[in-house]
Structure formats: C-alpha cells, structure tokens
Design a protein around this ligand. Structure first.
Ligand SMILES: C[S@@+](CC[C@H](N)C(=O)[O-])C[C@H]1O[C@@H](n2cnc3c(N)ncnc32)[C@H](O)[C@@H]1O
Length: 351
C-alpha cells in the first residue's frame, strides 16, 4: 500500500525544490558572467557523475525532512516565506559583480583585503577573524557584505542553507515542546539573524539574545528581525561571553565552529557551558565532519580549496562530539542533512 504524502508537505517540498532550482541557476550563472567579463574560459572541476548524484540525493532528503517538519508543526510554513521579489532580483546583479571580485581574490590568494569601512573595526578584533572568509568582499565587516551574505550562502548551497540551519530546531523542540514561554536562548555568531528568525517562528515566546562579533552583521540582524519581540542584540566574542554564569536555558550557533581555530573552538564550548544553566542545552549546526558521511567526504576536501577557510581542515578532523564530551556535555542528539549536521547536548546537573 502506498502512503499518501500530506498536502502541506507536498506544497512545501514543491516550493523548496523550485527554490533549489532557482538558486542553482544563479550559482551556474556566476562563472558564465565571469567568462563574459574576462573573455577567459575556465574549466569547472571534473567530478564523477555518481558523486554529484549522491550529493543531490542528500539535498533532496534534507528538503523532504524540512517539509515533513513543517507539515508536522515543528515549525510553521512561514519559515519558507520568500523576501520581496524586487529586493531579491535587484541584489543579484550586485552578487554577480561581487563574484567577479571574489574570484580575483581567490586567484591571487588574497584574504586580507579591507576597505576603509572594514578597517575601522580591525583594531578591536581577534587576529584569526581579520580575514576575508570565503574570499568574501569586506570579510564580515561591511554593510555591503552583510547585505549580500544570506543570498550568497543560499547560492553556494543550491538553496539548501536555510533547511540546513533548521536542522537544530526539532532537536530543541523534543526537549522543549511548546512556544518557549519563560525560556532564554543565546545565539552566538548569529550573523544577520537568519536562524534567529526560524527559532523565533518555532519558539515565539522565548527570549533570544543575539550575539555576533561583527557590528555590520548585527545591525543587519536588527533590521531583518524588527517584527519580532523579546530579542536583545549584543556585539561580542563567543569565546569571551559578556554574560553571568548560568543565565541561559539554551546556547546555540550555526556555521561558526568551522571558522574558528581549534583552541578558540574549545574556549567557545567552555564559555557556553559557563553561561548555561545546569541541565541547559548546547546546540549547533555546522559542516559535516570527516567521519559523518564518507560518501560526501570529497565535498569537504574541496571546500577549503575553493574558499578561504583556513581552519576548516582542522575542523573536519576533530569531531565536535569529542570536544563537547571533553567539556562535560552529555545526552547527545544528532541529525545530518546534506552537507551539515546538528548536535544537541546537555550540561549535566551537579549532584
Ligand atoms: C558563516 S557566518 C554564520 C552566520 C549565521 N550564524 C548564519 O547561520 O548565517 C559566521 C558568523 O560568525 C561570526 N563570528 C565568527 N567568529 C566569531 C566569534 N569569535 N564570536 C562571535 N561571532 C563570531 C561572524 O561575524 C559571522 O557573522
């Protein structure tokens, strides 16, 4: 007997697949635009068809899981609400031009190029952070970068980045069903607030403190999240949290640990444990690591070749599960989706 897929799941999945096609077309147009500008034809890396097929299967599985989560009410359909079409389309030519700049920086291996706006912030920031991660224009330190960031990430992951971010929500929901009344979350390295938006939709009554090192990204997060209440914005470093001990019920992050040196990764977990209540939860979404899915290991090897990611190789070799356990976290929950994984663990209650 064939099981019928619920209507809302079909609608969500259909929309997400169309969205993936849309961002994949944008992704493919970046090298074509560069070719038109430079007149030089670049051969794309030759990948075995089975590898590509496997990657797209994993992407499909992720979108399906995301649609099931919507249909079962773990988070509302509103997570799929697109931005205004004009905003989206007017940004795209800027992304094409920016892609050309990024590609030139990649060729010259130039990862410390900052304009005057970005330079104003540099003296207050840690050394490992003062770089153009992904060869991104302005690093995380300009309004221009903050304006393009979410759209660029979605292009990079063929429209799956949002679904990857949302992988953490069902794990938190299992521990805290309901609207989040009385709970205080801390999101570290929240960037422009993309996952914060999804968390607020899933836990509308929770208070969320939104922290990031980047002033321009935090400003953008304020704008992006201006229709939500119970939010605080704090500029600060995840490895030196400006909060009292045992303040939060959940501390979580998305796509940051792979951009941190090993010692800073450990410090961030230590600080997270400090500001968590006993029995509180730490959650993270980040890239898959070496042993998570051997079939996609080739993509993990390729990523730091194509993009400036100096700490990524060390990240994929050192499982986050081990670092969390070393810090005393227990009761692990895990999920994987396409190129990312979500982990949730508990700070034990002292006896
Ligand atoms: C790849 S982005 C991820 C942003 C966001 N979490 C998302 O899902 O799009 C990495 C973010 O981490 C922030 N970041 C990097 N190192 C940090 C640190 N030590 N403390 C706080 N934020 C940091 C950057 O400013 C940037 O916004």
């Amino acid at each position: 007997m064939k099981l019928k897929i619920p209507f809302q799941e079909r609608v969500s999945l259909g929309y997400s697949l169309a969205r993936t096609i849309h961002f994949t077309v944008q992704q493919m147009s970046l090298p074509i635009f560069e070719m038109i500008l430079t007149g030089k034809v670049k051969r794309p890396p030759q990948l075995e068809p089975q590898k590509i097929q496997r990657a797209y299967q994993e992407l499909y599985k992720l979108l399906k899981k995301d649609s099931q989560n919507i249909a079962s009410g773990i988070y509302p359909l509103e997570v799929l609400k697109p931005e205004k079409a004009t905003r989206h389309l007017l940004r795209f030519p800027r992304i094409l031009l920016d892609g050309y700049g990024l590609s030139k920086r990649r060729q010259k291996k130039e990862a410390k190029s900052f304009n005057s706006e970005a330079q104003e912030y540099l003296s207050d920031l840690p050394e490992y952070y003062k770089r153009n991660f992904h060869f991104q224009t302005g690093g995380y330190l300009t309004e221009h970068s903050a304006d393009l960031y979410e759209h660029q990430v979605e292009i990079l992951f063929s429209g799956s980045a949002d679904a990857m971010r949302r992988l953490i929500i069902p794990l938190v929901k299992q521990a805290y069903p309901g609207q989040g009344e009385g709970l205080h979350f801390l999101e570290v390295a929240a960037g422009t607030g993309r996952l914060t938006r999804f968390m607020k939709l899933a836990f509308p009554k929770a208070r969320i403190t939104v922290l990031d090192l980047s002033d321009p990204y935090l400003k953008r997060a304020r704008v992006n999240l201006n229709n939500f209440d119970r939010l605080d914005f704090v500029q600060g470093a995840a490895e030196n949290l400006p909060f009292a001990d045992q303040k939060f019920d959940v501390v979580y992050s998305c796509f940051v640990f792979h951009e941190l040196p090993f010692e800073i990764r450990k410090k961030v977990l230590e600080e997270s444990a400090r500001v968590l209540k006993e029995g509180g939860l730490i959650g993270l979404v980040d890239s898959l690591q070496h042993d998570d899915m051997t079939e996609l290991a080739w993509a993990l090897e390729q990523f730091p070749i194509d993009f400036h990611e100096p700490f990524y190789k060390n990240y994929i070799q050192n499982p986050m599960e081990g670092l969390l356990a070393y810090q005393g976290f227990t009761d692990f929950k895990k999920d994987v989706g396409f190129l990312s994984k979500a982990l949730l663990a508990k700070r034990p209650i002292s006896s």
